[in-house]
Design a protein around this ligand. Structure first.
Ligand SMILES: Cc1cc2nc3c(=O)[nH]c(=O)nc-3n(C[C@H](O)[C@H](O)[C@H](O)COP(=O)(O)OP(=O)(O)OC[C@H]3O[C@@H](n4cnc5c(N)ncnc54)[C@H](O)[C@@H]3O)c2cc1C
Length: 402
């Protein structure tokens, strides 16, 4: 693994850095730093305008094939773009589900009509997407999805409830895993539907999180309709497509997150230096430990991306997910200890949190979404260490890391 940029990558990095510096100015100067963890609601309109600006200048979907409006950038340059994006303090992206999950899934499994219909509006930032997988009884166990879809003439009619649906309140479309054959074994009767959100049969109820904000929602489908041809993959083959989408989660984006984590650790370090806690041998040890683990995460992520030109393979992805989520949760706890008694009070009424308090509270979610720590340990145990598989009911060969 060579940690230096090739000449071509160095030129790409310089171009990305120049563009971000020049364009995070004027009206977009105020967008810097908006929408971080626990503040996802911040500056919605400005961030959407920024999203469209990125699209107009070819800086969305950089890893997509050129045929579908991307730059066809190799893995190394996708990583560089993510790193430079965070380094420039550009605002959190709004259409992560469209660009990172649904788009690659449609490219891999969609019909030509679906590609023509959906990819360009994602690329330009015109249409936002959310992910309708989890339900009250189907999170880690995605095969237990109960939301039903039945064909009525030329349309699917959808009934059921999704939960924890991030950005549903902003989204134009949702990719929904539905049960279309209740008689088939659990993971065989599912289909992957594309459902418009702005219609009478869809109700979105925001869930207030411990950070005081609402990133995610309950979504109720009560007779919601979508066209019969808006199934990705075959009808009743949604399990395979749903798992493929999950494989697109993370990967290149993690290198950008690591730059962000480093910035957060630097804030904690600076605070420890200022308030004298940095002299405490136990705090020093924990700070050094966080720094070392972050370096390991970066090197291991670079290693796992070396020579890879698609989604990172599941065991590697599970190791990375378990490692970074636990690291971030530990950083939140350390930040509270370094903050001392101030950690226990909000900065202002009614509930104004400082950045470190927000990191502490939001990072609890890191060990849950995208596959909880326990699920990642199961995957590592079974697929990396070759331990005996977790016992399953005979009809249930599929369990996911949703
Ligand atoms: C911030 C955030 C954003 C999210 N956004 C979305 C979204 O946009 N769309 C979407 O569809 N979902 C989303 N989710 C949902 C997320 O995918 C689920 O929360 C996750 O899959 C866990 O499912 P669950 O919450 O139902 O918990 P459960 O699956 O009920 O798990 C409860 C506990 O049991 C443990 N557990 C479960 N099964 C096993 C097992 N086999 N072995 C050992 N332990 C086990 C889990 O680790 C967990 O600790 C989001 C979640 C969060 C926190």
């Amino acid at each position: 693994m060579d940690l230096h940029d090739s000449a071509e990558d160095a030129a790409f990095r310089a171009e990305a850095r120049r563009w971000l510096e020049a364009n995070l100015s004027g009206e977009f100067a105020h967008a810097r730093g908006l929408g971080r963890a626990g503040l996802q609601h911040e500056g919605r309109d400005l961030r959407m305008a920024w999203e469209r600006h990125l699209g107009a200048h070819g800086w969305t979907c950089v890893g997509w094939p050129r045929a579908w409006g991307g730059r066809g950038a190799p893995m190394s340059q996708q990583v560089i773009w993510n790193e430079e994006y965070v380094r420039a303090d550009a605002p959190a992206r709004v259409n992560v589900m469209g660009e990172g999950l649904l788009g690659p899934t449609v490219i891999a499994y969609g019909t030509d009509d679906q590609k023509r219909r959906f990819l360009e509006p994602i690329r330009t930032g015109a249409e936002l997407w959310c992910q309708g997988y989890s339900e009250p009884g189907a999170g880690s166990d995605l095969a237990n999805v109960q939301t039903r879809a039945v064909l009525d003439g030329g349309e699917w009619v959808v009934r059921g409830q999704k939960v924890w649906t991030s950005y549903a309140q902003w989204s134009d479309w949702c990719f929904v895993v539905c049960r279309t054959d209740p008689a088939a074994p659990r993971h065989k009767g599912l289909s992957y539907l594309l459902v418009p959100m702005d219609q009478p049969g869809v109700e979105i109820r925001p869930i207030r999180q411990i950070t005081g904000t609402s990133e995610f929602n309950e979504v109720f489908f009560d007779g919601a309709r979508t066209s019969a041809d808006l199934v990705v993959g075959e009808v009743n083959d949604g399990w395979r497509v749903a798992l493929a989408t999950l494989a697109f989660e993370r990967g290149v984006g993690l290198l950008g997150d690591i730059v962000h984590f480093r910035k957060e650790l630097d804030v904690v370090l600076e605070l420890a230096r200022k308030n004298g806690l940095g002299a405490d041998p136990l705090v020093r040890q924990r700070l050094a430990d966080m720094w070392i683990r972050l370096s390991i995460l970066r090197l291991n992520t670079l290693r796992s991306l070396t020579g890879v030109d698609g989604p990172v393979a599941p065991p590697q992805a599970s190791i990375a997910k378990l490692f970074w989520a636990t690291w971030h949760r530990d950083l939140g706890e350390l930040a509270m200890d370094v903050l001392g008694a101030d950690a226990m009070v909000a900065g202002a009424l009614p509930y104004e949190l400082c950045d470190l308090q927000r990191i502490f509270l939001f990072s609890r979610a890191d060990t849950i979404y995208g596959g909880s720590n326990e699920i990642q340990r199961n995957i590592i145990g079974e697929r990396v260490l070759g331990l005996p598989p977790e016992p399953k009911a005979p009809a249930d060969k599929g369990r996911t890391n949703a």
